[in-house]
Design a protein around this ligand. Sequence first.
Ligand code: 5AD
Ligand code: SF4
Length: 348
Amino acid sequence: MPTSRYLALLEAPFPEREDVIALLSPSSDEEKAALFARAHAVRRETVGGHVHIRGIIEISNRCSNNCLYCGLRRGNTALARYLMRPEEILACAKTITDAGVRTIVLQSGEDRRADAHEIADIIREIKARTDAAVTLSLGERDRETYRLWREAGADRYLLKHETANRSLFARLRPSTDFDVRVRCLRDLAELGYQVGTGNMIGLPGQSLADIADDILLCRELAADMCPFGPFIPSPDTPLSHAAAGSVELSLLTIAVARIVLRTVHIPANTSLGTLDPDAQRRALLCGANVIMPNFTPYRYRVHYRIYPKTLRETPPLEGLHRALEIIRAAGCTPATDRGDSVRHIPPA
Ligand code: 5AD
Ligand code: SF4
């Protein structure tokens, strides 16, 4: 039987840090089941039962940083680097919208040499040709660059804080600064972006309290979307021999985040699916409401190796078909609207 204290926490309107830590550590399978059921109910009440689909284009794997956990780190000389041409990105965007997907995510490493004006032109062109929302996931840039991209039509920005534990952040992300990252997130929100931030689960040295802090940082920043996904050790990185994050802890985090953060969009990450083919379906049943299939052309996708993945050359819509299969298997239906943050939808 779940303890009455745990059941009470599931209903707490504004859980504090100790409560979040307690929620993340159910003491029995029954408590865990109660958590997942509550998260699923909150998800239906707050963001509905549909699942939003976002189409990802990995436009470049160049990165100026050297994060210890990531295969795109600049020190990884084993990786062939690429930058998709604007016309290739636009063709890929058309594939996404022709398939009925209404959000396009442009993702890359944090490439400080990437030409901000070229990216602005691509955003403008996508917005002129489609009615899709554009999400950027291009790392830390200055406020003026964010403003340029926002004025070009970008709607949303994803910039994971990665970990709210400052010393872990400093150790794992040399030459980057936690305060700068949080400043970027605040700048993005002030510029009118719908903002996404989140963490990695199972980083070496990370505690349950750190994960609670990640969820609470999302609350403090009033994030609109919150990706939480397991760390997967990547060859050719200093953490290649570290243990992978736990799928179960990732699902617990998603469920607790849904209860604490309520109206946010939470993806059933690809990293979950990489560790366990059934984990994304399970995530959709314990709080997640978004899935992000990859549309990057195969010849580039093979080089976007943040962590190892088994890749076959597949037709361009294979990722979408797999996402639809997962949505069906979870007993859900795909959303037909753009899936904006509820905070950004004007009241009727
Ligand atoms: N495992 C899982 N996710 C990773 N990322 C980077 N490296 C890894 C890894 N080894 C995620 C980070 C980053 C995004 C580019 O990919 O959260 O924000
Ligand atoms: Fe670059 Fe981001 Fe990978 Fe760090 S996590 S190396 S910034 S792509």
